[in-house]
Design a protein around this ligand. Structure first.
Ligand SMILES: [Zn+2]
Length: 134
């Protein structure tokens, strides 16, 4: 058993191994497999197997630089989504206190207090002024 482990360790040298993106891919393929067996949708199980094969390819890949770049892109995207979800949550919690709107000039988001009637808003990003109902 120990020799087998050593052999496996030797064989994995110089290969990518399991990273965060790999864990996500394996998890996603498992979820897809469960859904496809519940709904008996063949296409979903094909996609699930495709993801599984791709995740194995990434685990055993020797091109560590390319896999690392993929993983970093995955992590950045995950972080971006997490941030977006978090700010949506905050926004939802404050929906009765603030009205959220976009600047007509620079399209950036801002918030104004609710229940003040017609107010003039100055964009904190570009200084554009406009009238809105709050
Ligand atoms: Zn603006």
């Amino acid at each position: 058993m120990r020799r087998l482990r050593e052999k496996l360790y030797e064989w994995m040298q110089g290969r990518n191994g399991v990273d965060e993106m790999g864990i996500f891919l394996i998890g996603a393929s498992l979820v897809l497999l469960i859904i496809s067996s519940l709904l008996s949708v063949f296409l979903l199980s094909l996609i699930a197997f495709g993801l599984l094969i791709y995740s194995y390819f990434r685990v055993f890949s020797r091109n560590i630089g390319a896999r690392k770049a993929e993983n970093n892109r995955y992590l950045a995207e995950r972080e971006r989504l997490r941030f977006k979800l978090q700010s949506q949550k905050v926004r939802f919690g404050l929906r009765k206190t603030y009205k959220y709107l976009k600047c007509k000039n620079c399209k950036k988001k801002m918030r104004v207090p609710r229940g003040k009637g017609k107010i003039e808003v100055t964009c904190p990003h570009c200084g554009e002024k406009f009238i809105t109902k709050s």
